[in-house]
Write a protein that binds this ligand. Structure first.
Ligand code: MG
Length: 383
């Protein structure tokens, strides 16, 4: 690792773990966090969770796993240039989507609806819940017992009401303070990754074509250059080259704008980063606007495309009906899940049972959710 800047997260200055444990022998604290994520069951399940396209629609589309790896790739590059902590950045990137339900946002929206009388469901909070409570791999403590800095990065958003319940990790939302720079960086790289790979996947699936993409100014600008330089290139190759250039432009803008912000404020510690009025890792206003334009395009042309909506509709039904079955009759649940839910219900008689069902469903891969749905609702399916 290159030298860390004074405003980077230093592993020896971590705010620590919830449960005390001896320091690692060969790694630093953030490397250990990263390794714990990679060894977790929730991380392996990302392979079979939908990003936008359901896993069985095709082998070439992004899954939550490959998405998380792309985020890590972008974020690590920038972290190294800015002198930030690359291991912490990688940890947050790989962990940021652990709490996602099966079937992408359609699944999360439906689970949130099912949980409306019990505190709702939000994937960021769930990611934190996975690393703090749900993973059971270590005898001395529940969860992965990650450092404060990794947990802070995982909890990107949080309502004030929830923040109050969360204690130390929720404080920044109440005090309106910024998270560390590694968390800021991962958040923005998440959006660079999904905006661009959703274009790529959208082209591959035939939901959009290059001509339509010309409506987005940044794509038009790069496409004109690429078409002129390679007039005989296939549409597919032009698409790839244009996306590569857009990513490059966004990353370069992120680096130079953030360098400028850091030079201007010259924070002498993470604490000064936290007290800044706005995030220091950000795009220039111009590129931010382009980025929003691309987001709007994707929203209209890809996420609302009838083929995506058909799949989302089915996904919502699967999630709603699984919740319905498990919530109304816990005898349908496997014994180890029932046991866990009973414990939650003992602590919280109002919402514990529903929360346990939500945890079970949120942890499912797309294909496991479909199989459970079949086992419960299809009379000819064996249990
Ligand atoms: Mg993400």
């Amino acid at each position: 690792m290159t030298d860390l800047a004074v405003y980077a997260a230093h592993p020896n200055a971590s705010r620590g773990r919830c449960h005390d444990e001896p320091g690692p022998q060969y790694r630093d604290e953030f490397q250990r966090d990263r390794d714990r994520i990679i060894h977790s069951g929730a991380f392996r399940r990302l392979e079979y969770k939908t990003q936008v396209f359901v896993n069985h629609e095709g082998d070439m589309f992004r899954t939550r796993l490959t998405h998380s790896m792309e985020v890590a790739q972008l974020a690590r590059t920038v972290a190294r240039v800015l002198g930030l902590n690359e291991d912490l950045t990688e940890t947050i990137s790989l962990a940021h989507d652990l709490g996602h339900t099966p079937f992408g946002h359609a699944g999360q929206d439906e689970l949130n609806r099912c949980m409306r009388d019990f505190g709702g469901f939000e994937h960021n909070l769930q990611s934190l819940r996975v690393v703090d409570h749900l993973e059971r791999r270590y005898l001395p403590f529940p969860g992965l017992n990650l450092t404060f800095e990794s947990r802070e990065g995982i909890l990107k958003h949080c309502s004030r009401a929830k923040a109050r319940e969360l204690g130390e990790i929720g404080e920044r939302f109440l005090q309106r303070r910024q998270p560390g720079l590694e968390a800021q960086l991962t958040d923005i790289c998440d959006s660079i990754a999904y905006n661009n790979h959703d274009v790529d996947d959208g082209l591959r699936a035939g939901l959009i074509n290059l001509d339509e993409l010309d409506e987005v100014r940044v794509f038009r600008r790069h496409a004109d250059v690429v078409r002129e330089a390679w007039p005989k290139a296939s549409t597919k190759n032009i698409g790839h080259e244009v996306i590569r250039r857009v990513i490059n432009e966004q990353v370069s803008d992120l680096v130079t704008c953030s360098q400028r912000n850091l030079a201007e404020l010259a924070p002498a510690s993470i604490d000064e980063v936290r007290s800044a009025n706005e995030p220091l890792i950000r795009f220039t206003d111009d590129v931010q606007e382009q980025h929003q334009e691309l987001k709007r395009f994707l929203n209209e042309r890809v996420y609302k495309h009838y083929r995506v909506r058909r799949m989302s509709n089915k996904a919502q039904r699967v999630v709603a009906q699984l919740f319905d079955a498990f919530f109304s009759d816990s005898a349908l649940l496997p014994p180890h899940i029932r046991k866990r839910i009973n414990k939650l219900a003992d602590v919280d008689p109002h919402g514990g049972h529903a929360r346990g069902v939500a945890d079970y469903i949120a942890g499912m891969t797309d294909r496991f959710a479909i199989a459970e749905f079949e086992r419960i609702y299809n009379p000819s399916e064996l249990s």
